[in-house]
Write a protein that binds this ligand. Structure first.
Ligand code: THU
Length: 133
Protein backbone atom coordinates (compact mmCIF):
# COMPACT_ATOMS: atom_id res chain seq x y z
CA UNK A 1 0.00 0.00 0.00
CA UNK A 2 1.01 3.61 -0.48
CA UNK A 3 2.92 5.02 2.51
CA UNK A 4 0.63 8.07 2.44
CA UNK A 5 -2.36 5.84 3.27
CA UNK A 6 -0.81 4.22 6.34
CA UNK A 7 -1.93 6.85 8.94
CA UNK A 8 -5.54 6.42 7.74
CA UNK A 9 -5.39 2.66 8.24
CA UNK A 10 -3.90 3.18 11.71
CA UNK A 11 -6.81 5.48 12.58
CA UNK A 12 -9.18 2.68 11.55
CA UNK A 13 -7.36 0.38 13.99
CA UNK A 14 -7.89 2.92 16.78
CA UNK A 15 -11.60 3.01 15.92
CA UNK A 16 -11.70 -0.80 16.20
CA UNK A 17 -9.89 -0.69 19.55
CA UNK A 18 -12.83 1.25 21.04
CA UNK A 19 -14.89 -1.96 20.85
CA UNK A 20 -12.27 -4.23 22.45
CA UNK A 21 -13.80 -6.53 25.05
CA UNK A 22 -10.95 -7.20 27.47
CA UNK A 23 -12.23 -7.23 31.07
CA UNK A 24 -9.65 -9.86 32.12
CA UNK A 25 -6.38 -8.53 30.71
CA UNK A 26 -7.51 -4.91 30.37
CA UNK A 27 -5.25 -4.84 27.34
CA UNK A 28 -7.21 -3.31 24.47
CA UNK A 29 -6.20 -4.09 20.90
CA UNK A 30 -7.47 -2.84 17.55
CA UNK A 31 -6.68 -3.99 14.03
CA UNK A 32 -7.61 -2.73 10.57
CA UNK A 33 -7.18 -5.09 7.63
CA UNK A 34 -6.94 -3.60 4.13
CA UNK A 35 -8.02 -5.75 1.17
CA UNK A 36 -6.44 -5.54 -2.28
CA UNK A 37 -9.63 -3.84 -3.49
CA UNK A 38 -9.33 -1.14 -0.81
CA UNK A 39 -11.97 -2.27 1.65
CA UNK A 40 -11.13 -2.16 5.38
CA UNK A 41 -12.23 -4.76 7.94
CA UNK A 42 -11.86 -3.76 11.58
CA UNK A 43 -11.26 -6.15 14.48
CA UNK A 44 -10.84 -5.96 18.24
CA UNK A 45 -9.81 -8.51 20.84
CA UNK A 46 -12.71 -10.36 22.45
CA UNK A 47 -12.01 -12.12 25.74
CA UNK A 48 -13.99 -14.74 27.63
CA UNK A 49 -14.44 -15.83 31.25
CA UNK A 50 -13.12 -19.26 30.24
CA UNK A 51 -10.00 -17.53 28.81
CA UNK A 52 -9.15 -19.87 25.91
CA UNK A 53 -12.12 -18.86 23.71
CA UNK A 54 -10.62 -15.37 23.40
CA UNK A 55 -9.80 -13.92 20.00
CA UNK A 56 -7.07 -11.46 19.14
CA UNK A 57 -7.96 -8.30 17.22
CA UNK A 58 -6.03 -9.45 14.14
CA UNK A 59 -7.89 -12.75 13.88
CA UNK A 60 -11.22 -11.04 14.43
CA UNK A 61 -10.51 -8.78 11.44
CA UNK A 62 -9.18 -11.59 9.22
CA UNK A 63 -12.07 -13.95 10.00
CA UNK A 64 -14.62 -11.19 9.41
CA UNK A 65 -13.09 -10.57 5.98
CA UNK A 66 -12.67 -14.22 4.96
CA UNK A 67 -16.22 -14.99 6.05
CA UNK A 68 -17.41 -12.33 3.62
CA UNK A 69 -15.46 -13.79 0.69
CA UNK A 70 -12.26 -11.72 0.90
CA UNK A 71 -8.94 -13.51 0.54
CA UNK A 72 -6.69 -10.93 -1.03
CA UNK A 73 -5.08 -8.69 1.56
CA UNK A 74 -2.64 -5.80 1.29
CA UNK A 75 -1.94 -4.73 4.88
CA UNK A 76 -2.97 -4.81 8.52
CA UNK A 77 -2.49 -2.05 11.10
CA UNK A 78 -2.34 -3.08 14.78
CA UNK A 79 -2.56 -0.89 17.89
CA UNK A 80 -2.42 -1.79 21.57
CA UNK A 81 -3.20 0.07 24.75
CA UNK A 82 0.36 0.65 25.89
CA UNK A 83 2.84 3.11 24.48
CA UNK A 84 4.63 0.36 22.57
CA UNK A 85 4.49 -1.36 19.20
CA UNK A 86 2.38 -4.51 19.39
CA UNK A 87 3.72 -7.38 17.29
CA UNK A 88 1.05 -10.00 16.50
CA UNK A 89 1.06 -13.23 18.50
CA UNK A 90 2.27 -16.47 16.94
CA UNK A 91 -1.24 -17.79 16.28
CA UNK A 92 -2.21 -14.63 14.39
CA UNK A 93 1.01 -14.82 12.37
CA UNK A 94 0.07 -18.36 11.34
CA UNK A 95 -3.42 -17.19 10.32
CA UNK A 96 -1.83 -14.42 8.22
CA UNK A 97 0.37 -17.07 6.63
CA UNK A 98 -2.76 -18.87 5.44
CA UNK A 99 -4.15 -15.91 3.52
CA UNK A 100 -1.43 -13.33 2.96
CA UNK A 101 1.55 -13.08 0.66
CA UNK A 102 4.70 -13.43 2.76
CA UNK A 103 6.64 -10.76 0.87
CA UNK A 104 4.07 -8.13 -0.05
CA UNK A 105 1.58 -8.13 2.86
CA UNK A 106 2.46 -5.25 5.17
CA UNK A 107 2.15 -5.59 8.95
CA UNK A 108 2.01 -2.12 10.44
CA UNK A 109 2.69 -1.81 14.18
CA UNK A 110 1.64 1.61 15.42
CA UNK A 111 2.01 3.76 18.51
CA UNK A 112 0.25 6.69 16.80
CA UNK A 113 -0.96 7.51 13.28
CA UNK A 114 2.45 8.97 12.44
CA UNK A 115 4.56 6.62 14.58
CA UNK A 116 4.74 3.12 13.15
CA UNK A 117 6.97 0.28 11.90
CA UNK A 118 6.24 -1.90 8.88
CA UNK A 119 7.18 -5.58 8.60
CA UNK A 120 6.71 -8.31 6.04
CA UNK A 121 5.26 -11.64 7.17
CA UNK A 122 8.46 -13.40 6.08
CA UNK A 123 10.31 -11.35 8.71
CA UNK A 124 7.86 -12.08 11.55
CA UNK A 125 7.25 -15.74 10.68
CA UNK A 126 10.33 -17.27 9.09
CA UNK A 127 10.23 -20.98 8.18
CA UNK A 128 6.42 -20.94 8.34
CA UNK A 129 4.43 -24.14 8.42
CA UNK A 130 2.31 -24.56 5.31
CA UNK A 131 0.75 -27.31 3.20
CA UNK A 132 0.62 -27.27 -0.57
CA UNK A 133 1.92 -23.75 -1.19
N1 THU B 1 -3.99 -9.67 21.85
C1 THU B 1 -4.38 -9.27 20.60
O1 THU B 1 -5.55 -8.94 20.38
N2 THU B 1 -3.45 -9.27 19.62
C2 THU B 1 -2.14 -9.63 19.77
O2 THU B 1 -1.39 -9.64 18.82
C3 THU B 1 -1.65 -10.02 21.09
C4 THU B 1 -2.65 -10.10 22.17
C5 THU B 1 -4.98 -9.65 22.92
C6 THU B 1 -5.38 -11.01 23.43
C7 THU B 1 -5.85 -10.68 24.83
O3 THU B 1 -7.22 -10.30 24.76
C8 THU B 1 -5.02 -9.48 25.23
O4 THU B 1 -4.47 -8.96 24.04
C9 THU B 1 -3.91 -9.79 26.20
O5 THU B 1 -3.12 -10.81 25.75
Amino acid sequence: MDTADIPGLIREAYEAQKFAYAPYSRFYVGAALLTAKGRVYRGCNIENAAYSPASCAERTAIFKAVSEGERDFAAIAIVGSRDAYLPPCGVCRQVMQEFCDRETFQIILAKAPEDYKVYRLSELLPEAFCLGK
